[in-house]
Design a protein around this ligand. Sequence first.
Ligand code: PHE
Length: 352
Amino acid sequence: MNRDVSTSLDMTGEETPPLEKLRGDALAQITGAADERALEEVRVRFLGRSGSVSEWGEKMKSLPKAEKPIVGKLLNEVRRAITEALDARTQEFRTNQESAALESIDISLPGTPHERGTLHPLTQILDRAIGIFRRMGFALAEGPDVETEWHCFDALNTAPDHPARNEQDTFFLPDGRVLRTHTSTVQIRTMESAPPPIRVIAPGAAFRRDEVDATHSAQFHQIEGLYVDEGVSVADLKGTLEFFLRELFGADSQVRFRPHYFPFTEPSFEIDVKSKALKGGEKWLEVCGCGMVHPAVFEEVNKVRKDQAYDPEKWSGFAFGLGMDRLAMILFGVPDLRLFAGNDLRFLKQFA
Ligand code: PHE
């Protein structure tokens, strides 16, 4: 006689004891389940609330005391066997699904590399410049590239016969408008739209019919600045621009103010910088035009504003126009500004 507990437990008198048969049926149906849905049905049939295994749990209650632990142990074994078989079969389905999905992909192929871009050197210098001026309380202003002749010249106290208006220097559009020759147009637009005090910078493109060479281009970039308040003096102008240039180029760069002439400022200056980064620091490079806002500019603005907001007796101010491309030449030691527009990756990658 087989002494195995399971076989000795014959409650119905059938040849195969019912719990053994239950296990055999369950395992056969699990193996035979065609998909996860069929498998779930098998699980409910055997392990569900009113499934066969649960029914056995009920039956146990009416068994003689002596048999309860034996049947209980066997029932636990059967339940565990069915549960494990269900888990294994589920895993099998999932693995098959995954490998079917992967069949259409060759995971051994090399991927598509993503090149990391870098900011253009002019964008880098712009970000740094904005950062420095922002610390000094300057806000950002802007104006259009295509401008009226009035904003570009008349409002800036530039006489009708001034050489800058000449076709040689300025791009004229058929409708009489111009591509702005400097960002000083934004001085006027800012004052038209708001009363003093004013403290703005306006970075942007400017256009001139210049011969293109290492330091000149038909399109270049400027950072305009305008500061109008009570009691603004040349000392403020010098202090602000010296601070800016030292912050940008370092304390060992040299800065020089030269008297100059602009119709819209009086007195006017040009600023030169000498820095080791450019040609070993042996040459001055002009980077900025600036000066104290001419009273005639305030008066012109008052005329279009139709008020006396910019009373030259009360307010004074300074303005400047920094050549951004030249600042970048100095900071990055680039000897020719044409490189900035050349779109040559070998050049651009050096500013990563
Ligand atoms: N607009 C002048 C130029 O482009 C520079 C400048 C700006 C000068 C503001 C004085 C004040 O050369």
